[in-house]
Ligand binder design. Structure first.
Ligand code: PEP
Ligand code: MG
Length: 873
């Protein structure tokens, strides 16, 4: 097997299609060489080698080292330099790079190949100051990244040296001083019980090992877990000739996005530093300049950079994230990759690229991550002018949107608070890969340090979290559990609001509002619907939710949970309780008669809001005791006796009867209405009377009446004939008919297995994948939290099956039931209304199975629309 791939002008073995083998970085370096851009030559050791290394007890596979040396020879020839040769030294950088960009793995080692001997040669060629500075940087990075020697120990030595010499900046130290610093750095290794390897080949080998090891580091593993990255083999190693951005005033180094990653504007967006090495930009030692300043400072270089960016965008048809270095007036491209962006930016860029003729609308639809759309649908502040007097600090607008939460200072606190149901804003000096889980748990992040490309900014944008970085007015006093924004003290758990679009930090809670689908988003969603073939409905129980979902593009209601309607007012709940504790059918019917007008008017509202679209109404589902108040049994009984006029002893007995050991498998769903037919009769009457009433006013109604939780076709037959009897009664009374259908939820495995029988009665199926998942796995929906994290940590589950549909198991039932159902009734309408209906991967799966629609919460409707469109193009 080929394990080492050269990239460069002469020998270029790879290209962008080889990302899984060469990693994203390696594949793109080869691609850039292929299209003729100036890239310092080097080579990539494959991701498969990383896997082999770990499978083989941390040893390189046979022949790999020899292949590495051969690839190095090619680089030496192209450069006319020799690795480890003091007379004409070749220096290298070593970096990790998996198929998917992934923080948490090994950072960069620069200037590899220097030793006490080689540095003298470099000094003779490039000057002592430059050479010893490069050497001590290498000793620091190599020590820290490869040998695990803490960076601070080196930093201490440098600070001590500056003190001794009475200077403020590194740049004020002389060549001799730097030589001495390098000498002391080597002693740091010894003090830490190790040794700096003088042989450059030992350095190279150790660095390759370190990259492979970093794949299995805790940080990398946590990141893969949080980002749900599975199925990756390992990381590649990229070894590349050094380009020096620190060779004086004609040299520079920088990072940029070809368009604004926060809002999508077509304008280079990034930072650079004159006379500096790559790490200086990220480390924040000096404040980088905006890339626009380069136009005046280095006009020629700027023009060339713009040309390269243009070329890369046209080549990849994607916004690019670029690293470059200018060495003595020559521009080198060090990295390019698809730029991470916010949802807002993603939509804007996709639309702009269509207008620029770069891509087709169809391609545009594929360029926006459906989950990313979520961000655009997230709240903004209702009134930005209203809070201006409460703005206590302003930082960089690193990731847009608005969020409100309670202040926490550590990632752990963020996780704990979130777990107990609180919204939090994580406030930190800066963030590191260890903080990613806590960031995930936060509504937003504020950091004191860092720029638009700092860790916090990049991670937050990727997840669509609001983020403000570089908030210079922020001082954190973690020990005291407080911080200051300017002069304002904010304590832990105090509420703040942050505006990631403007960078403003506001004390207190600011009201949020829902965004609208206009402008670019409107155009984009229009394309989405052009390509989409599967329907997207919504789960809604109120006319308000239904109207909102319709704004978001819902094409019907896929699930109205009628029990939710009873919770709307205290009066309704009381009436429901009367029904539950009724001691006779007569009493129960009386209570139901009181409920009827409420239900009817609710349904009228729903039908009206969804004029012309199907409305799927499910008959009562949950266990009855859910409607009873919590608390001390005696008090509850007394209260119910008062409310209903019943006898306390009878009520106590009724409640006792309702108590269940396993309510999810208990007296719920159609079991209720089969036992007490009067409940379903009332609901059927309310639905059909409402349908007739509004249709008389000109509203187009399409009621789909849905029976929950059936396991046998006899259950469905029982309820179906009840509904049809009631329908005839209503139509006769009203003197008008409306069309309606009777169908069922498929949420018990038995119903899926016998779907052919069920379809003899059912005119439609809706997969209730919450219950279907619960009963297929045998995991209680309400208790999975007790062991889910363990299962994820141990890799027993990859994802929460209640969020992402289990294609293998539950998916098989869906597929089979759909086929069986349609074998009986070819025009059977089939949908899905569990939580997974708003998850893009699940939407794509059920599209492939051939479902007619998915139904999800109003908020996720646009996401499901995009996922459905992507499935069909
Ligand atoms: C389901 O079980 O998937 C469903 C939609 O019903 P509910 O969540 O109300 O049980
Ligand atoms: Mg259910």
């Amino acid at each position: 097997v080929k394990r080492v791939y050269n990239f460069g002008k002469g020998k270029n073995d790879g290209d962008a299609s080889m990302k899984s083998l060469l990693g994203g970085k390696g594949a793109n370096l080869a691609e850039m060489c292929g299209i003729g851009l100036a890239v310092p030559p080097g080579f990539t050791i494959t991701t498969e080698t990383c896997r082999a290394f770990h499978n083989n007890d941390r040893t390189l596979p046979e022949g790999c080292w020899e292949d590495t040396l051969a690839a190095l020879k090619v680089v030496e020839e192209e450069m006319g330099q020799k690795f480890g040769d003091a007379a004409n030294p070749l220096l290298l950088s070593v970096r990790s790079g998996a198929a998917v960009s992934m923080p948490g793995m090994m950072d960069t080692v620069l200037n590899l190949g220097l030793s006490d001997n080689v540095v003298e040669g470099l000094a003779a060629k490039a000057g002592g100051r430059f050479a010893y500075d490069a050497y001590r940087r290498f000793l620091d990075m190599f020590g820290n990244v490869v040998m695990g020697v803490p960076h601070e120990l080196f930093e201490e030595q440098l600070e001590a040296m500056k003190k001794e010499k009475g200077v403020e900046f590194d740049t004020d130290l002389s060549a001799e001083d730097m030589k001495e610093v390098a000498h002391r750095y080597k002693q740091v290794y010894v003090d830490q019980g190790t040794q700096f390897p003088d042989d450059p080949y030992d350095q190279l080998r150790a660095s390759i090992y370190a990259v492979f090891d970093s794949w299995e580091s805790d940080r990398a593993k946590v990141y893969r877990q949080v980002a749900k990255l599975t199925g990756l083999g390992g990381t590649a190693v990229n070894v590349q000739t050094m380009a020096f951005g620190n060779m004086g005033d004609t040299s520079a180094t920088g990072v940029l996005f070809t368009r604004n990653p926060a809002n999508g504007d077509k304008h280079l967006y990034g930072e650079y530093l004159m006379n500096a090495q790559g790490e200086d930009v990220v480390a924040g030692i000096r404040t980088p300049l905006h890339i626009d300043d380069m136009k005046a400072e280095m006009p020629q270089m700027y023009d060339e950079l713009v040309r390269n960016c243009d070329l890369l965008e046209r080549h990849y048809k994607e916004m690019q994230d670029i690293e470059f270095t200018i060495q003595e007036g020559k521009l080198f491209m060090l990295q390019c990759r698809t730029g991470k962006r916010t949802g807002m930016s993603a939509v804007k860029i996709a639309v702009a690229m269509v207008d620029e003729g770069l891509i087709t609308p169809e391609e545009a639809v594929l360029k926006v991550d459906a989950n990313h759309l979520d961000q655009l649908l997230h709240p903004q502040f209702e009134d930005e002018a209203a809070y201006k007097d409460r703005v206590v600090a302003t930082g960089l607008p690193a990731s847009p949107g608005a969020s409100v939460g309670q202040v926490v200072f550590t990632a752990d606190d963020a996780e704990t608070m979130k777990a107990s149901g609180h919204d939090v804003i994580l406030v930190r000096k800066e963030t590191s890969p260890e903080d990613v889980k806590g960031m995930h748990s936060s509504e937003g992040v504020v950091t004191q340090l860092g720029g638009m490309t700092s860790h916090a900014a990049v991670v937050a944008r990727g997840w669509g979290k609001t983020c403000i970085t570089g908030c210079g007015d922020l001082q954190i006093d973690e020990g005291n559990g407080s911080c200051r924004f300017g002069n304002t003290v904010v304590n832990e758990h105090d509420w703040i609001s942050i505006n990631g679009t403007t960078g403003e930090v506001i004390v207190g809670k600011c009201p949020l509002k829902q965004p609208e689908m206009v402008g670019d988003l409107g155009r984009f969603m229009h394309w989405v619907d052009q390509f989409r073939t599967m329907g997207v409905y919504t789960n809604a129980d109120t006319p308000e939710d239904a109207a909102m979902a319709r704004e978001n593009g819902a094409e019907g209601i896929g699930l109205c949970r009628t029990e939710h309607m009873f919770f709307a007012t205290e009066e309704r709940i009381k009436t429901v309780r009367k029904m539950i504790v009724a001691q006779s059918k007569e009493d129960r019917v009386k209570a139901l008669d009181e409920l009827l007008p409420f239900q009817r008017s609710d349904f009228e509202g729903l039908f009206t809001a969804m004029d012309g679209l199907p409305v799927t109404i499910r008959l009562l589902d949950p266990p009855l005791h859910e409607f009873l108040p919590d608390g001390d049994m005696d008090e509850v009984v007394e209260m119910l006796a008062r409310e209903t006029g019943g006898k306390p002893a009878d009520i106590a007995e009724t409640i006792e009867r309702l108590e269940e050991l396993n309510p999810m498998l208990g007296f719920r769903g159609c079991r209720l209405a089969i036992t007490y037919p009067e409940i379903a009769e009332m609901q059927a009457r309310a639905i059909l009377e409402a349908a007739v009433n509004v249709s008389k006013k000109g509203v187009k109604v399409q009621p789909d009446i849905m029976v929950p939780l059936i396991g046998t076709s006899a259950e469905l037959k029982n309820q179906e004939s009840l509904v049809r009897r009631m329908a005839e009664k209503v139509f006769e009374e009203k003197g008008t008919r409306v069309d309606y259908r009777v169908g069922t939820m498929i949420e018990i495995p038995r119903a899926a297995l016998l779907a052919d029988q069920v379809a003899e009665t059912a005119e439609f199926f809706s997969f209730g994948t919450n219950d279907l998942t619960q009963m297929t796995f045998g995991y209680s929906r309400d208790d999975i939290g007790k062991f889910l994290q363990v299962y994820l940590d141990k890799g027993i589950l990859q994802v929460d099956p209640f969020q992402v549909l289990d294609e293998e198991g539950v998916g098989q039932l869906i597929k089979m039931a759909t086929e069986k159902g349609r074998a009986t009734r070819p025009n059977l309408k089939v949908g899905l209304c569990g939580e997974q209906g708003g998850d893009p991967a699940s939407v794509k799966f059920v599209y492939a199975v051939g479902l007619d629609y998915v139904s999800c919460s109003p908020f996720r409707v646009p996401i499901a629309r995009l996922a459905a469109a992507q499935a069909s193009v």
